[in-house]
Design a protein. Sequence first.
Length: 125
Amino acid sequence: MSTPCCGAKPAPRVKDLEALTTVYAALADPTRLRILSLLGEGEICVCHLHASLDVPQPTASRHLAYLRKSGLVEARRAGIWMHYRMAEIGNPVIASVVQAALHALTHTTIREKDERRLHVARKVS
């Protein structure tokens, strides 16, 4: 199976195994996967994220902090709210892992429900 990261010559390398295990750990939680799935469409306010996921705001914030620490998510403050977006991933090997996970999520029913709730949350606010 050929992947875009391996098309370059020489093929890119992950300098240490810890970077790869950090990403896999971040992807190993259903709530974090759901967050990444929503953020794959663009920047979202934390207020809309927790409403979309139907989880308490502290739970969403805790998972977002984990994703930030792992380098998958970036944030900016706008007034009292934090807005989150996917981070640019410099290593093509790690980017391929994340892209594969995001693609797999497009085949789940929970993503459809989360997207519908996000649409409603944005309309309400």
